[in-house]
Design a protein around this ligand. Sequence first.
Ligand SMILES: [Cu+2]
Length: 197
Amino acid sequence: MTATRKMTTRAIARADNENRGGNLDHDRDSRPRSVVQDTSVIPWKGTAMTTRIATVIIALALAATLAGGPAMIYAAAPEKVPVEFKVRVSEKGFLDEKGTLYSAKHVLTVPKDAVVTITFLLGEDLTSLAVGDTHQIAVKSEDGWKQETGSIWIMNRESSLTFRTSENGRVQYRAYCILDCIGMEHLTNLIIQVAAT
Ligand SMILES: [Cu+2]
C-alpha cells in the first residue's frame, strides 16, 4: 500500500513535472509568439503616428484654407465673383430668403455687369397640396433672351440659372413659371432689376 502510495506520489510528481515542463515548453513556445505580438504593436504604434501626422496635415491644411480664404477674395476681381440669389417658389408666389413675397414694389435687385446665379427652390409648405406640384422657371429679358431652369419638385428641390447681367444693355428680367401649377397666377412676374451702379 505504502509502495503504491509512493509510486502514486512519484507518478503524480512526475506528472506535475511533466506538466510544469509542458507549461515551460508552452511558455517557451509562446515567447516568440509574444515577441511577434510585440512587433505587431509597432505597426499599431505606426498607425497611431500616421493618424497623428494626418491630423497635423489636416490642421495645417485647415489653417492654410483659413489664411487663404480672404486672400483669394482679394485676388479675384469683384465683378467676376459670382453672386447667388435664392428665390423660393410657392403657390403664393416668389418669395425671398426671409419669406417675403416679391412684387412690383419688392423686386430682386442684381448687380450690374456681374455673373449672377439665381437658385429657385421649392418653397411650398409640406402641409400644402401644392407640395406635389412641379415648377419650371423661365427668366426672360426685353430683347427676347431667355433661360429656363430644370424641373423643381419634391424630388429635385432646386434648380439654378447663371448669367451675366447687363449683357446687350439688359436692365431688367422677368421670371415666371412655365408649367400649369397650383398658384401659377402668382408665379407670373418676378422682376429682376439690374442695379443702376
Ligand atoms: Cu409653377
